[in-house]
Write a protein that binds this ligand. Structure first.
Ligand SMILES: NC(=O)c1ccc[n+]([C@@H]2O[C@H](COP(=O)([O-])OP(=O)(O)OC[C@H]3O[C@@H](n4cnc5c(N)ncnc54)[C@H](OP(=O)(O)O)[C@@H]3O)[C@@H](O)[C@H]2O)c1
Length: 211
């Protein structure tokens, strides 16, 4: 399974690349600049390429650019992505004196990405901080995932299960992305208030979902 990480030179993309490579995935780190991708990727023993080249030939495209660039980047990569499933990890936040809040857009980043690509879009992993993901041991957290396409969601759930020591949990259809993205603001506020590196664990969830 080949995973392209668009914007993979950032802290989240590189932490994910490292963990996926450790779990046996083929990983290509993408960047707007092929040389930057190659340099960043080499440090983790994976491939690097320009974003569009990374997408071509991948089985899953993770959009891990700066959050406010995710929709326009997806639009620009529409052809290169084709019908390859896309995972959106982006959460748009506004930082203010009172704390961190989600941006006021009516729909999630993931839903807006779905409007500009032909591929099925899944949203997830928002609550896994790059810092926790990049540690030697997998984070002791659950990974929350939502989306409308069952096959694409199954690919992401399997990937998520392999990068945490917690669970990958199916949180329903793509509109749930609004809540998953917003949860990031909650976690950032908790981190600031408690000087923590918080993650999320759901309790009382059976091992398998009901059919
Ligand atoms: N950081 C976390 O702990 C964390 C946790 C969960 C989810 N996320 C999500 O993961 C994504 C990446 O987070 P991050 O902290 O790694 O972000 P970041 O470092 O700010 O940005 C990641 C990469 O985005 C690319 N980029 C920047 N501006 C761009 C633009 N205008 N157009 C296209 N690409 C651009 C850059 O790569 P090149 O310059 O090489 O192209 C950069 O290395 C975000 O959507 C965030 O919401 C982050």
């Amino acid at each position: 399974m080949k995973v392209a990480i668009v914007g993979g030179t950032g802290s989240f993309g590189l932490a994910l690349a490292k963990r996926l490579a450790g779990a046996g995935y083929d990983v290509v780190v993408g960047s707007r600049d092929a040389a930057r991708a190659a340099e960043a990727a080499a440090a983790h023993g994976v491939e690097g390429a320009a974003n569009a080249d990374a997408c071509r030939g991948a089985d899953l495209v993770v959009l891990a650019t700066q959050a406010d660039a995710a929709v326009e980047t997806a639009r620009a990569l529409r052809e290169a992505i084709g019908v390859t499933p896309v995972l959106s990890v982006a959460a748009e936040l506004t930082f203010g004196a009172e704390g961190v809040v989600p941006t006021p857009e009516a729909t999630s980043v993931a839903a807006r990405i779905q409007e500009v690509v032909d591929a099925p879009v899944i949203a997830g992993l928002h609550s896994l901080a790059a810092r926790n993901l990049g540690r030697e041991d997998p984070p002791e957290e659950d990974a929350l995932v939502c989306g409308d396409d069952p096959e694409a969601k199954a690919i992401v759930l399997e990937l998520a299960e392999r990068i945490t020591s917690g669970r990958a949990i199916d949180c329903g259809p793509l509109p749930s992305a609004r809540a998953l993205e917003g949860l990031t603001a909650v976690i950032v506020n908790v981190n600031k208030r408690y000087k923590a590196h918080a993650g999320v664990r759901l309790t009382g969830v059976p091992r398998e979902p009901e059919p």
